[in-house]
Each structure stands twice: as C-alpha cells, then as structure tokens.
Design a binder for this molecule. Structure first.
Ligand SMILES: Nc1nc2c(ncn2[C@@H]2O[C@H](COP(=O)(O)OP(=O)(O)OP(=O)(O)O)[C@@H](O)[C@H]2O)c(=O)[nH]1
Length: 362
C-alpha cells in the first residue's frame, strides 16, 4: 500500500500569541509521531528556530525523531520538499508562519505545490486572549486571517478573567463561525486536533464566511509571505498587510548584557515596540546559563536554559510599528556590559530584575 499523504498544517497568529509555545508543546508530546517543523520567522535572526531546536539555521533533527528547519519565504518550498523525502519518514509537517505573515500566501503556495506526497492540512490560528481586543482594534485586517482558520486556539487563558475570555471567544465566533475554538494556556493543544483537521466540505464553506480553497486560490492576489522588512512579492495587494507597517531591529552581542538595563528595556520598551524576544548571556556568577527573554505588550517572561554546545552570545529582536530604529539600536547598545562608564563589574543584584520574571522551563 502507498504511504498516506502527509498533512501540512499552518500555524499562524499575531506576534507573540503563542505559536512557538504551541509548537513546542506538540513536539514534546509527539509520542511516536514524527513531526517536521518549518519556522518562517520574521527577520534574519531566527529566534523561534533557536528556541525550538536550540540552534539557528538549517534542518535540525530532534531527539524524538522530529525535525525542525528555519526558512525564509523563498525557502519554504524546498524545505517542504526536503521533509517530504521518504527517508525523512515524517508523519506531519507544521509550518509556523511569522507573526505578521499573510497565511493565505503560504496556504496558496502549499496547495500550489501539487505534490502527491502531501496535502494541505488546515490553518490553526492562535489568538492571544489578553491582547486580542486591542490587536483587532489596531489591526482590523487580522480578521481576514482568522476567518480562514480551521481551528482557532484562544491562548493565554490564564491571563484573563472568565468574562473577558468569553468575550474573546464570542469575537472569534463572529469572525469565523465554523472553526472549532480551543481555549488553552501555554499552547496545550492535543496533537490529534491538528493532524486530523475538520475536512472542508462544500457544505460547511457555504454556511459561513470561511473561504473554500478554490476561493482562496483564485480570489486573492497577495504574493508575499512576510519575512523581514519590505520582503514583499510583486505587490498588487488588495488589503493592507500587517508587515507594511511593522519593522524589526535585530541586535547581537558577543559581550554579556547588563541584566538591570535589559530588564528596564523589556519592562519599558521603546515607543512603537510590540514584541521583544531574545536569547541572552549575562556574566554574573551563578547566572551564566542561557536566558530566553520575551516581552509582549508589556508582559515580560524569562526562562533559564543550558547552553549545550552553543557559544555564549546574545541575540535580541525588537518588533514594532513606527519605532525609531536608531533610538532602539542605541538603547540596545547601551545594555551591553561596558557600554556605560564604570559598569564593567558584574551586577549581582541587577540579576534580580531579570530573575523575578523567571518562569519554570518545561
Ligand atoms: N501567561 C502566558 N504566557 C504565554 C502563554 N503562551 C505563551 N506565552 C508566552 O508568550 C510569549 C510569546 O510566546 P511565543 O510562543 O514565542 O509566541 P509566538 O506567537 O511564537 O511569537 P512570534 O513568533 O513573535 O509571533 C512567551 O513569553 C511565552 O512564554 C500562555 O498561555 N500564558
């Protein structure tokens, strides 16, 4: 008997909604299913891939048999082809779209590949329950992403009260009344929900505003899969793109960072900044591990991990709209130990301003 076709699932959602967290949960609980992951991140420093696989680029085999590669828009097709090779023995492929990608373009590319070994397995849309109302107000165009989802994951339920959570779910249903909605914290979604998505039928497409695949393929002229500044295709957009207004500032340092100044940066991010993520190193006795830092709309979260064989260095990506990039860069440069006169000594108390945001790593 021939091998079953491999579902290719797209995980999308606004910046910081919890896509990587959900993917990590899937990989941790894969339980014999071999999952291939493509991370289509924003910007050239691929923090998401670093967080998933522990290193920066190319394909990485994980110990549980899963594979992870980081790709830009142009690399998706060849990376998919690589994962589809029989020797990869992959059961399912999940593509994490960058937080500002147009999932339609990605879906169109997948369905356009016309490879008998794979099939489009649906769009999982991750919503940040704590920021959804504000994000939709500021970026109404994201409803167009949510409306074509096959499954909506309302994540970060732990951050909101019950009535707020119901209001978010109601909003989701108004935008997409056919996709099942799963309410979660920390992206805890059953793998079975992703690998066996509800089939699209003429019936359920007709019942709602959810588009059929044919409509998707024909009706849309968008060309781009967001990656980096101005990474557009040949234009012709009929809708505003999230990444038309978003930009990122990337920063790396071989020298350790000052924890107190980093905490100030995370807690009081530059104007226009929406999302900060990074892997950072401090030169503070007892705290020389790898620190993974996140800030999303004012929430700071820090995890501590081992470096493994990696070189100790810091990479930070700051994403936002209308940011003064030079100012952001100046502020980032000022975080490096030695940037200010007299601060070459490790700041042992300053580390508390970082560790107070620590969450237990899974
Ligand atoms: N409190 C809380 N925090 C969460 C939850 N899920 C994710 N986070 C945190 O939210 C931050 C962003 O999560 P990610 O999984 O990196 O989000 P993402 O969608 O991959 O982010 P981008 O790739 O930047 O778009 C991290 O600090 C996560 O630890 C949740 O359910 N509750």
């Amino acid at each position: 008997m021939s091998r079953p076709t491999i579902p290719v699932i797209v995980v999308a959602g606004f910046l910081g909604s919890g896509k990587t967290t959900l993917l990590n949960h899937l990989l941790r609980t894969a339980d014999g299913t071999r999952i291939g992951v493509l991370v289509n991140d924003f910007g050239s420093i691929n923090i998401d891939a670093m967080l998933i696989a522990g290193q920066g680029d190319d394909t990485v085999s994980l110990s549980n048999g899963c594979m992870c590669c980081s790709v830009d828009a142009d690399g998706v097709e060849s990376a998919l082809a690589r994962l589809l090779r029989p020797k990869s023995a992959i059961d399912a492929i999940v593509i994490e779209a960058s937080g500002i990608a147009e999932p339609r373009a990605l879906i169109r590319m997948i369905t356009g590949m016309d490879d008998p070994r794979m099939r489009y397995g649906g769009l999982v849309y991750v919503v940040d329950a704590a920021t959804n109302t504000e994000v939709r107000r500021r970026h109404p165009e994201i409803d167009r992403h949510m409306e074509i989802a096959d499954l909506v994951v309302v994540n970060k339920a732990d951050l909101v009260a019950d009535d707020e959570l119901s209001a978010v779910c109601d909003d989701v249903h108004r935008v997409n009344d056919t996709a099942p909605t799963v309410v979660t914290a920390d992206g805890v979604v059953e793998a079975a929900m992703l690998f066996d998505p509800r089939p699209r039928t003429v019936d359920n497409a007709a019942r709602s505003r959810q588009l059929t695949l044919d409509e998707l393929l024909e009706a849309d002229t968008d060309q781009c899969v967001g990656h980096g500044d101005g990474g557009h295709g040949d234009g012709g957009h009929r809708y505003p793109h999230l990444h038309d207004e978003f930009g990122s500032v990337e920063f790396t340092s071989a020298r350790p960072l000052n924890p107190r100044r980093l905490a100030e940066f995370l807690e009081r991010p530059p104007t226009g900044c929406y999302r900060i993520k990074g892997v950072v190193a401090f030169d503070v006795p007892g705290h020389r591990q790898k620190f993974v830092v996140h800030a999303v709309g004012g929430f700071v979260r820090v995890e501590r991990r081992g470096w493994g064989g990696e070189e100790r260095s810091s990479s930070v990506v700051v994403i936002g709209a209308g940011m003064d990039r030079d100012d952001v860069r100046r502020r980032l440069d000022a975080i490096v130990v030695g940037a200010a006169p007299g601060d070459d000594q490790p700041d042992e108390h300053g580390i508390l301003s970082i560790t107070r945001h620590l969450v237990t790593a899974h």
